[in-house]
Unconditional design. Sequence first.
Length: 345
Amino acid sequence: MGANDLQQAITLHRPAKAAAPRTEGPWSVEAIQALLDKPLMDLLFEAQTVHRQHFPEGDIELATLLSVKTGGCPENCGYCPQSAEFDTGVKAQKLMEVDEVVRAAQAAKDAGATRFCMGAAWRAPKDRDVEKVAVLVEAVKGLGMQTCATLGMLEPHHAHQLKAAGLDYYNHNLDTAPEYYTDVVDTRTYQDRLDTLANVRSAGISVCCGGIVGMGEQPVHRAGLIAQLANLNPYPESVPINSLVRVPGTPLADSDPVDPFDFVRMIAVARITMPTARVRLSAGRQQMGDAVQALCFMAGANSIFYGDKLLVTGNPDVEADTVLLRKLGLNARQVHEQTTESCAA
């Protein structure tokens, strides 16, 4: 038998080349729409790959949100039960006292939360309001927690005042794409929101900014929202993605429910376009169920609002969240990390 008879065809299997870093500049709405339109399994694989590159620990941040001043807001945001224009059964209340807020924050910390967010239903706080909130921020900061506030539109001097008090994050959502915005609210402009974000950045406060899915928007508006967020310079450290909670009495109460897979796609594309952000499952988790939430974690979500209430609407309770995370083998972000991770949201 000759040597040629012993020869066999050999095929070399070379590993696929890693995707090159994206360098072409801002995200276009078309590029984001192309991501949203990808086969779901391909999209999830891409999002999970990006997620593991930037968050190898795979931990989940637990944040708690408390309404420190409820109701009576003069804005007409069509999704919001705290608007004074809508009859939703929410009564206007005064700003909570410091000891009440501290008790709530301590309870949240004891339950495992590392960030405490305080929400107040104002169009824009006055000087006296900011002075009082600064006291709340200092008190919560004294517990060793990260602090966040959402108070409406913010002037530059107010942002600097809150920063001096120890505020780590400011939440001010864009809600939707600019071209759909006036269908949701017309008592303030999209530019008003962008100006507040700029004021927060200038004061050295990290940005928490996301939007809401399920307000009657078209797919292009969802792509437009992600484009707005991803093209902020820098993009937000924390990106809450909300599924509309349809509250009776609000103009959007009869909106069609969001397709669960469409919501998962939004999480995945937020992760791909904003790879180092904490992408948070926010409003609407109560309606999702465990399986959809698990898909969201696979898609790159790594933060949740933790507790029985999100401002004035329901939220899965602490025990249910603990059980779900245990089932999925996911660990909560540890409290001691907050002193070393100033940019995690």
